[in-house]
Ligand binder design. Structure first.
Ligand code: S3P
Length: 434
């Protein structure tokens, strides 16, 4: 592996307790959806507490390229929606950077555009499976082509008139479900998706808030095509996937006591709370409230002794992005933790099962990789070491927080990628240790 640029390398000092208050940055999934749905609405929507990370800023760039006026900066934006049929043929290649959510959800919208578009992304995106999105969209009448019969980006889309389908998704994936529902907004008839387990339901909640005709029946959700969306101001809650790093950090670093403000606790996302509570974590939910159809609370977390657990089945889609940081919790716990049914982690920003086992293993953790999971032995004898993020933001942050329990510094190659989901993460860590 070639050495990283000096600015892309960090040495994280060992030990220390975390104390203070963290205002958790806006939810990544909701920030993407707010821009996309507001772009389709007939009128202007204000988005506040938007996540100004590289992934979500990339979504703004793509929708501007499709003729949507979007004004603002940082975490406050106004999107001037162009109506259900208002997206224009982009004059440039749409580059989503590292963002799987942008490319997959946007494909659902491009499938019905009046014109032609090409979509690509960084080296990680160009390796990630797109056939799972292209297959149902083709069933609806979409014309999409790309490398390996349209299963890999770059992808080229010629917009077509779409028809409604019922899609039985083989994977519990909010990205697949959302792409089909978004295509269904412009299809003739009622489009429905059934998934094997419930994945995050932000798309359907936000669509309903904007007046779309959405129905849920168990694991099936449907949308009636052809109805315009009303604009809607969105205050994005803090991202529980970002809060998860502090929930584990404060649990494992003796003497820690953190207040995490404004965290989204939509039940399709709270698997991490269920698992940490089962492991013995000391987490209190305070000030529970609802903002624009999404549940929010403040979370207080104090250091606690953790015990190993089993993480499998229906909880997996509810914590799919939290397995890297839960692996660190498991390595600090007493006893063994088993993770199963998590084969989706092999096709995230990196192969996360391999990255967790190898990179956390370099710091002393005893982790056995399974085809669909991990066996993690607790009671690790930690040591400082040099490790690699593999360009994956969640792996970089997890490795950085391992320094809270190592006796020597942890050197990480590839830390700039944290900008995709958590700008300011390292500064926040420094501030909480002071
Ligand atoms: C996301 C869904 C998840 C998650 C990703 C964001 C979304 O992917 O891993 O980080 O915003 O819809 P899958 O739904 O494909 O599992």
């Amino acid at each position: 592996m070639s050495p990283a640029h000096p600015l892309d390398r960090l040495s994280v000092a060992p030990g220390g307790a975390l104390r203070g208050t963290v205002r958790i940055p806006g939810d990544k999934s909701l920030s993407h959806r707010a821009v996309m749905l507001a772009s389709l609405a007939s009128g202007s929507s204000r988005i506040t507490h938007f996540l100004p990370g590289e992934d979500c800023l990339g979504t703004i760039r793509c929708f501007r390229a499709m003729g949507v006026p979007i004004e603002g900066a940082g975490s406050e934006w106004i999107v001037h929606g162009q109506g259900l049929h208002g997206l224009k043929e982009p004059g440039e290649i749409l580059d989503v950077g590292n963002s799987g959510t942008t490319v997959r959800l946007m494909l659902g919208l491009l499938a019905g555009i009046d014109g032609f578009a090409t979509v690509t992304g960084d080296a990680s995106i160009r390796k990630r499976p797109m056939g799972r999105i292209v297959a149902p969209l083709r069933q609806m009448g979409a014309s999409i082509d790309g490398r390996e019969d349209g299963t890999l980006a770059p992808l080229a889309v010629r917009g077509r008139k779409l028809s409604a389908i019922h899609y039985q998704s083989p994977v519990a994936s909010a990205q697949i479900k959302s792409a089909v529902l978004l295509a269904g907004l412009r299809a003739e008839g009622t489009t429905s998706v059934t998934e094997p387990l419930l994945s995050r339901d932000h798309t359907e909640l936000m669509l309903a808030a904007m007046g779309a005709r959405i129905r849920r029946d168990g694991l099936t959700v449907s949308v009636e095509g052809g109805h315009e969306l009303s604009p809607c101001d969105v205050e994005v809650p803090g991202d529980i996937s970002s809060a998860a790093f502090w929930l584990v950090a404060a649990s494992i670093a003796p003497g820690s006591d953190l207040l995490l403000e404004n965290v989204g606790i939509n039940p399709t996302r709270t698997g991490v709370l269920d698992v940490l509570e089962r492991m013995g974590a000391d987490i209190t939910r305070l000030n529970a409230r609802e903002i624009a159809g999404e549940q929010v609370a403040d979370l207080r977390v104090r250091a606690a002794k953790l015990t190993g657990t089993s993480i499998q089945g229906e909880v997996i889609p509810r914590l799919v992005d939290e397995i890297p940081i839960l692996a660190l919790a498991a390595a600090c716990a007493t006893g063994t933790t088993l993770v199963r049914d998590a084969q989706e982690l092999r096709v995230k920003e990196s192969d996360r099962l391999s990255a967790i086992a190898t990179e956390l293993g370099k710091l002393g953790a005893k982790i056995q990789e399974l085809p669909d999971g991990l066996i993690i032995e607790g009671g690790t004898r930690w040591h400082g070491e040099r490790c690699e993020s593999r360009g994956d933001h969640r792996i970089a942050m997890m490795l950085g927080l391992a320094a809270l329990v190592t006796p020597q510094p942890v050197e990480i190659e590839g830390v700039r990628c944290t900008e995709t989901s958590y700008p300011g993460f390292w500064e926040t860590l420094t501030g909480l240790r002071a």
